[in-house]
Design a protein around this ligand. Structure first.
Ligand SMILES: C[S@@+](CC[C@H](N)C(=O)[O-])C[C@H]1O[C@@H](n2cnc3c(N)ncnc32)[C@H](O)[C@@H]1O
Length: 241
């Protein structure tokens, strides 16, 4: 797919607003990096670990495969995949987030600065690409999806784990948790209230299960399907090049 035929999906922001948003996102992750993993455990009661384990189960990495974890942050997904005997490249624009992973000296994991909108890898060089809680940080999801499509080999697979739209009956509890608990935890534990207000806002703006499926299909992927996790609070979309 050439650049002009790419479908843009920039959350309805203008170009200037997009640039401001990009800077804000970068600042958020620089601030929260040292406390990011602890905050995830507290906010999700540890459930994010089960979601990530399910993601790795779907990926089913085989030794020798080239795997990329885009927006890989502190490297927790990469660590699980590398444990299966694969080489994993974590790509993320935040040095501070990746520094946490570098410090843990993960075997089989390489950390590279880069972004989803301009993945620093050649065409058709990757067997599988994972993106966990990173899609909603892209300034343009359409552009990121075409970059993901470009770097995957034919037959390569893409896995996206993200927050989604929960079932109606769980929504009141979920809303209470998002609007009252998460911002307070963000202020007390991560000492970054603005960052965690951003998190809640970005989850609200994110496409639901069907909209996300359509976006992945529009980027050219086939056999796109999704699995809800914890009644739709999170969701894994999968597609094949
Ligand atoms: C919520 S964290 C997710 C980290 C990890 N994948 C996980 O599941 O815990 C989002 C990550 O996206 C990265 N990020 C922000 N903007 C990005 C972009 N345009 N392209 C790729 N990664 C981006 C951030 O630096 C951060 O590490």
């Amino acid at each position: 797919m050439n650049k002009s035929s790419r479908l843009s999906h920039s959350f309805g922001f203008s170009e200037v607003e997009q640039r401001e948003r990009e800077e804000k996102i970068r600042a958020v992750f620089e601030t929260v990096a040292p406390r990011y993993d602890r905050m995830n455990d507290m906010m999700s009661f540890g459930i994010h670990r089960l979601w990530k384990r399910t993601l790795v189960h779907f990926v089913n990495p085989q030794p020798g495969e080239q795997i990329v974890d885009l927006a890989g942050g502190t490297g927790d997904i990469a660590e699980k995949i590398a444990a299966k005997g694969c080489q994993v490249i974590v790509i993320d624009p935040s040095e501070a987030m990746m520094a946490e992973g570098v410090r843990r000296k993960l075997v089989g994991v390489e950390f590279r600065i880069g972004s989803g909108e301009a993945i620093p890898l050649p065409d058709q060089s990757v067997d599988r690409l994972t993106l966990s809680f990173g899609m909603r940080n892209m300034t343009d999801m359409g552009e990121a999806l075409s970059e993901i499509y470009r770097v995957l080999k034919p037959g390569g697979t893409f896995y996206c784990l993200e927050f989604s739209k929960p079932a109606w009956w769980i929504k009141p509890f979920y809303d209470f948790h998002s609007f009252y608990i998460i911002p307070r935890l963000g202020a007390w534990v991560a000492r970054a209230p603005v960052a965690y207000n951003y998190l809640v806002e970005s989850i609200r703006r994110f496409p639901d299960q069907q909209e996300m499926k359509a976006l992945v299909e529009n980027a050219g992927f086939s056999n796109v399907e999704y699995r809800n996790l914890s009644f739709g609070i999170a969701c894994i979309h999968m597609g094949e090049k």
